[in-house]
Design a protein around this ligand. Structure first.
Ligand code: ZN
Length: 345
């Protein structure tokens, strides 16, 4: 990767925070810009659609980079408009309680710096932004939308910006592949194909493709693939690439009605019954919520949400999955109660 062209890979974020211009005692030819290019622990929504996530900057994220990086103060992240620079001491960056504090000496003898000092002073331009690469980050994919914490970044520049949303959009188009990879590893919980409920005692058998159509999967239209996916609780993407990628069916192929025994079997599989089901951890909660809603439609209390590892899979054929989950829950509740009451076995 060519590090001489940071704009190709870096991300940008702006902050709503006042920027001020101060005069410098005894220096008629200088004004000092003071502001924040980033504020700590203030969550912001980034991106859109499937790539939407919430992000916050952790305290300490800039500690290393402000010691090491040669950072410029730019206008709109444009390297043709440099106002100050850390290596010559005209730009001073520090972390305080609030965030990344920017202090820059603007040389009024420099025509452009003088213009921007005046514009900022008059409030024509009053926002800042920073361009960065991520060194360390933390993702909470269980959250909806997923949450990202920037733990350490490498700064490229700090900028005064005229259209913050615009620079953010430009950057999100070029967003680091890592962000896309993380978010795109999430699957989809399809919308229900139907809200109708089949009679509660309707028998259930996991459907195969031939229960839906006579055609091979590859010849189906995207709309048809989506319709079939609506019988399941999870798909890796939409439309799914293969029929076998679809997980946890619980709607009847003929008419899409919700089948209670299918819902219970899907929930049990989510909790590890019959060897469980291979669904990314980031998606388990949404799949659970989908199935729990069907439980309530049948006037059933959904089991408490837990990670799959919490439930050891019962041996095949030993107990029906729904009973296995219920029995396991009962045992765990009993154990918790015993601990509370101080009963030791
Ligand atoms: Zn459903």
């Amino acid at each position: 990767m060519n590090r001489a062209h940071p704009e190709i890979t870096c991300e940008r974020r702006h902050v709503e925070w006042p920027v001020t211009i101060r005069s410098v005692e005894g220096r008629q030819d200088t004004r000092t810009l003071v502001g924040y290019a980033a504020v700590f622990d203030r969550p912001a929504l980034i991106g859109s659609g499937a790539l939407r996530f919430r992000e916050r900057v952790a305290r300490g994220a800039f500690a290393k980079t402000i010691q090491e990086a040669d950072v410029r103060l730019l206008v709109n992240h444009d390297p043709n408009h440099v106002l100050a620079r850390t290596t010559n001491g005209t730009l001073r960056l520090s972390e305080d309680e609030t965030g990344l504090r920017v202090e820059a000496d603007l040389d009024l003898l420099d025509h452009e710096a003088a213009l921007w000092a005046r514009r900022i002073e008059r409030g024509v331009v009053n926002q800042m932004s920073f361009a960065f690469d991520v060194i360390r980050e933390d993702w909470d994919l269980e959250a909806d939308p997923p949450e990202r914490t920037l733990l350490e970044v490498r700064l490229w520049d700090v900028s005064v910006v005229t259209f913050p949303a615009y620079v953010d959009t430009v950057a999100s188009v070029r967003m680091d592949d890592r962000v896309r990879r993380v978010l795109e590893s999430r699957g989809v919980v399809p919308s229900d194909v139907s809200e109708e409920l089949a009679p509660e005692d309707t028998p259930w058998q996991a459907p195969s493709l031939s229960d839906f159509t006579d055609q091979p999967w590859d010849e189906l239209s995207d709309a048809e693939k989506r319709r079939i996916a609506g019988h399941f609780a999870w798909a890796p993407e939409m439309p799914p690439e293969r029929y076998t990628d679809l997980k946890l069916p619980h709607h009847r192929p003929e008419d899409g009605a919700v089948v209670w025994r299918g819902v219970a079997a899907a929930m049990a599989a989510l909790f590890g019954a019959r060897g469980g089901v291979d669904i990314p951890a980031a998606d388990r909660w949404r799949v659970y919520e989908h199935l729990a809603r069907h439980y309530r439609q049948f006037d059933r209390e959904p089991p408490e949400f837990k990670e799959a590892s919490w439930f050891p899979a019962p041996r095949a054929g030993e107990e029906p999955p729904e009973e296995a989950v219920r029995a396991r829950l009962l045992r765990l509740r009993l154990e918790a109660l015993e601990r509370k009451l101080g009963i030791w076995r």
